[in-house]
Design a protein around this ligand. Sequence first.
Ligand SMILES: *[C@@H]1O[C@H](CO)[C@@H](O)[C@H](O)[C@H]1NC(C)=O
Ligand SMILES: *[C@@H]1O[C@H](CO)[C@@H](O)[C@H](O)[C@H]1NC(C)=O
Ligand SMILES: *[C@@H]1O[C@H](CO)[C@@H](O)[C@H](O)[C@H]1NC(C)=O
Ligand SMILES: *[C@@H]1O[C@H](CO)[C@@H](O)[C@H](O)[C@H]1NC(C)=O
Length: 825
Amino acid sequence: METFTHLFVCSFFFSLLRTSITQDSTITASQSIRDGGTLVSAGGSFQLGFFSPGNSKSRYVGIWYVISPEIVVWVANRNAPLNDRSGILKVTGDGILVLLNSTNGIVWSSNTSRRPENPVAQLLDTGNLVVKDKDDDNKDNILWQSFDYPCDTHLPEMKLGWDLVTGLDRFLSSWKSTEDPAQGEYSIRIDPRGLPQRVFMKGDSIKTRAGSWNGLGFTGRGLRPNPVYEYGFVLKEKEVYYEYKLLNKSVFSRYVLNPSGVAQRFNWVDRTHSWEPFFTSQADACENYAVCGGYATCNINNSPVCACLEGFLPKSPKQWDSVDWSGGCVRRTSLKCEDGDGFWKHKGVKLPDTSSSRFNKSMTLKECEEMCLKNCSCTAYASLDVRGEGSGCVMWFGSLVDTRQFSEGGQELYIRIAISELGMISLLCRLEKKRHSNKKKLVGIIVGSTLLVVGMIIVGLVLYIWKKKLRNQEMTKRNQMKDCDNESAKEDMELPVFDLATITNATDNFSNSNKLGEGGFGPVYKGTLPEGRDIAVKKLSNNSRQGLNELKNEVILIAKLQHRNLVKILGCCIQENENMLIYEYMPNKSLDCFIFDQAKSKLLDWHKRINIINGVAKGLLYLHEDSRLRIIHRDLKASNILLDNKMNPKISDFGLARSFGGDQIDSETNRIIGTYGYMSPEYVMHGQYSVKSDVFSFGVLVLEIVSGKKNKGFCHPDHQLNLLGHAWELWIEDKPIEFMDDLVGDLRTLSNVLRHIHVGLLCVQQRPEDRPNMSSVIQMFSSESLLPKPKQPGFFTYSPKADSCSTKHGTCSANEMTTTIIEAR
Ligand SMILES: *[C@@H]1O[C@H](CO)[C@@H](O)[C@H](O)[C@H]1NC(C)=O
Ligand SMILES: *[C@@H]1O[C@H](CO)[C@@H](O)[C@H](O)[C@H]1NC(C)=O
Ligand SMILES: *[C@@H]1O[C@H](CO)[C@@H](O)[C@H](O)[C@H]1NC(C)=O
Ligand SMILES: *[C@@H]1O[C@H](CO)[C@@H](O)[C@H](O)[C@H]1NC(C)=O
């Protein structure tokens, strides 16, 4: 009822106005408009006059539609209302529009840089109020126009954007409220930095980004051709703006940013005599500016919506897992600059924030690529205009933020990554696709048996030659841009692919008698290739999603690691639902088979044990400090130390390993996975891991090797301590000799054994900062210098799930499983 009354009063009020309409569209310097008087545009579409919005008493000069006077499209004095009906609008002899109050004070005025002969103000039929010379109809000579000072409504033919010469910024800004046209907090504008882009802002911060113009539309909006209007974007040296034109001039259409920040387009429908919403700005999760952080992309059809770009990893896995994506992602492999970088092609994306980009309209995509490659800080490039073959060039310098993946539409973006990543990503793509389609058979490259006979040396040589060739033909190589659909990508894989039949034959159809054990995430089989070479095949259980992640992780990490104390990967096999990794075979199995076995432990004299400890230490040092990737293993234990025929140790099982950035010293995770007895206190209790958690595991390993006893499940008739506690007790009671395995005791080596116990105890200290790093550990082993006093070890009482004393001597058949133990908070 109230609404009805209101409407009635409104239309009554406006019909009153209409009776006093001066039908003129123009006023000259000698004329003025008082409150109550109006101008009507020559075509009869728009009217200018005084009004009060809603129940407000304030008076404003505005422009509205003649067909629907309640819709005000522009307000002159939005920030300076009149408080009575005595306002007068007039044009001065200098060509300036002024709004005067009852005391002739200037409430609002326009502006001009030029003094006209015979100034007039005219309301055009577009809804534009202009000041010009009376007889000069040249559009370029307009002295002032209301279209240069938009309020909340974008009308056809109105330019939104920048005059780059004068610095004039035309942008939409919401009203404060439906009753107060003063400038509100929302705005839609062109950000002129880099390649200009359209942004929606709240106050000073970007909320959403329609993005840059790609010839067809804004990259973040699928502007489809429609029967009503047509968008245009102009990017010149002196100006940058966008506008829209109506295809049928007798239609009314307006685009409004309302006080609550919702942007809507309305079209006037004659039949119903009303404004019908035509388009409303959509606000899905991916619209939020930079929701996924740097180097990540948002896909509304995925859950979670954010994912790192190919070749990137979450900067903080813990934050990322807890759905806080703001930290974004970091490179898995750092860039090599000129020599070793390539580009990964992403299809169907919204281009990243272009404020740190540069562009050139006349360059081709190929020139763009070359240019980007030349400058180390160029992180990505794309076509400026996607129409036809595409033209022009945009290059990004710095982080790539606010990218999203569309299921249809979008454009192509080329992201710089190290060349060594390209092959890897291709492989991962195939793994991913493999899981989704069993039908599509990917024919693996059959690695010829000759190659295998000569072994990894040749593979290394081939890789070397391939790399060399790659360097020589850099440009041609990079032209074969890589993406997930590109089957040829597999040619670039650094990892040989075995075919399923070969592996099935080699392992006697994965027979039980060939089973070596149960590794981290699936069984491991021994196999013999036709030419006689022995291999170990790690098979992934088919439906373990987690397993796939571990496998991918392992592929990524281990394929790039080369050290004599790390197990070597020979290739992979991804075919028909099977995902497998193929390693060199270690005839002596794992360390736990020896040291915890009464009979076999006799084969390990102190020399061999020192050799093993030193080898593991060197392998670990390589992981922590010397490899390009810098890796925390996270699951170091006796059963993951494999022994070759000369009893040289090789660290294996990289399923849980994490690569960490250069400066990053520790990380946190919610999923605590590892093996009881080897995990450090800070990891088990707070999910914090660092190189020092590996040092802890290493310390446990050293004490186990020296004593020949397992930490987990250790039993002693006299006390309730575990192996670490036992070692500590003996240490403070000054009788560490009792700790050694009887088999290693020998007067000549005694001091050396004691030194190892000492270092072992230093490694398992409670606080990570007290533990030495691996390079100091190696120094301590090799020198005679005085060692610091160890503090009490972490976890020196019974381990949480101690086995009963009956399994005092576990064997390698009773393999210790890696387990997820807790979800940390
Ligand atoms: C008028 O324009 C001049 C220069 O273009 C500018 O410095 C001045 O601030 C403007 N005045 C108003 C009231 O907009
Ligand atoms: C333009 O729109 C008017 C009013 O809706 C309609 O009568 C006319 O047929 C349209 N003209 C064209 C060319 O579509
Ligand atoms: C754009 O690229 C063309 C062709 O490479 C070059 O001649 C021109 O100088 C470039 N323009 C700018 C502004 O860098
Ligand atoms: C690389 O691009 C950045 C950003 O545009 C520029 O500052 C730098 O001078 C360029 N470096 C080279 C070597 O061209």
